[in-house]
Ligand binder design. Structure first.
Ligand code: 13P
Length: 255
């Protein structure tokens, strides 16, 4: 299957930024700038902004996502939000396994796998993040790290559910650092991710999976990254907080 048959996805990860008022304003600014886009557009906002985001984005081509979920449906998990709660609100996407969750909140490949299963049970679309640290890259174990993350994340996920999963390659050393992976580095790992999916499932599953790059992607470097054969879009942090920058990236994905 040709890359052209996969719809590009441009997803913003707002992280812990924007209150309800700011959320409404930013989505209202972004909406007219991207309304003719052919790619899928997703904004992953803080939990507290989900309701206003869903209301402002209703009847637009912008989908709303959360940045995490718990794997249990409900129970004594103070401070947590379940996949079931997200789907009941009308949320359609959820980011799972972001490196900041793995680093600061002790998420493991095993909890990532449980969260993916919970999200799929709720018919949410998953944006699964994988990526190596600088030390791991310098030790030449990038591929081992990514392969382990993927094999555990996809454990017991059946072929029919693959269409609900997007993988985002986010090298940790490129996140928020202004140091983007070169298009060759990003393509090499995204190609490898597709190969692992092919090993775990089949060629069809691998060919139809959207694989995104994330890490200091911006209006200037997006074009070259998005031209790569195995990069089907971006997961954008900082640049997704500015309507002009985000919409420029959307334009590059459509080009
Ligand atoms: P930046 O685009 O700010 O580097 O963040 C990338 C990211 O972590 C998206 O999930």
């Amino acid at each position: 299957m040709n890359k052209l048959l996969r719809t590009p996805v441009i997803a913003g990860n707002w992280k812990m930024n924007k209150n309800c008022e700011e959320t409404k304003n930013l989505i209202e600014e972004i909406t007219p700038l991207v309304k003719k886009a052919n790619c899928k557009i997703v904004l992953c906002v803080p939990y507290t902004d989900l309701l206003p985001a869903l209301s402002v984005a209703a009847n637009t081509n912008i989908k709303i996502g959360a940045q995490n979920c718990h794997f249990e449906d409900h129970g004594a998990f103070t401070g947590e939000i379940s996949a079931k709660m997200l789907s009941s609100m009308g949320v359609e996407y959820v980011v799972i396994g972001h490196s900041e969750r793995r680093m600061y909140f002790s998420e493991t490949d095993i909890t990532v796998n449980k969260k993916i299963k919970a999200a799929i049970k709720e018919k949410l679309n998953v944006i699964l993040c994988v990526g190596e640290s600088l030390e791991q890259r310098e030790q030449n174990i990038t591929f081992e790290v990514i392969s382990t993350q993927l094999k555990i994340a996809f454990k017991d996920i059946i072929n029919e559910d693959l269409e609900k999963i997007i993988v985002a390659y986010e090298p940790i050393w490129a996140i928020g650092t202004g140091k983007t992976a070169t298009s060759e580095q990003a393509e090499e790992v995204c190609y490898f991710i597709r190969e692992i999916i092919k090993q775990l499932y089949d060629k069809k599953g691998a060919d139809s999976m959207s694989i995104l790059y994330g890490g200091s992607m911006n209006a200037k470097n997006a074009k070259e990254l998005l031209l790569q054969n195995n990069i089907d879009g971006g997961l954008i942090g900082g640049a997704s907080l500015k309507s002009a920058d985000f919409s420029e990236i959307v334009k590059e994905a459509d080009a």
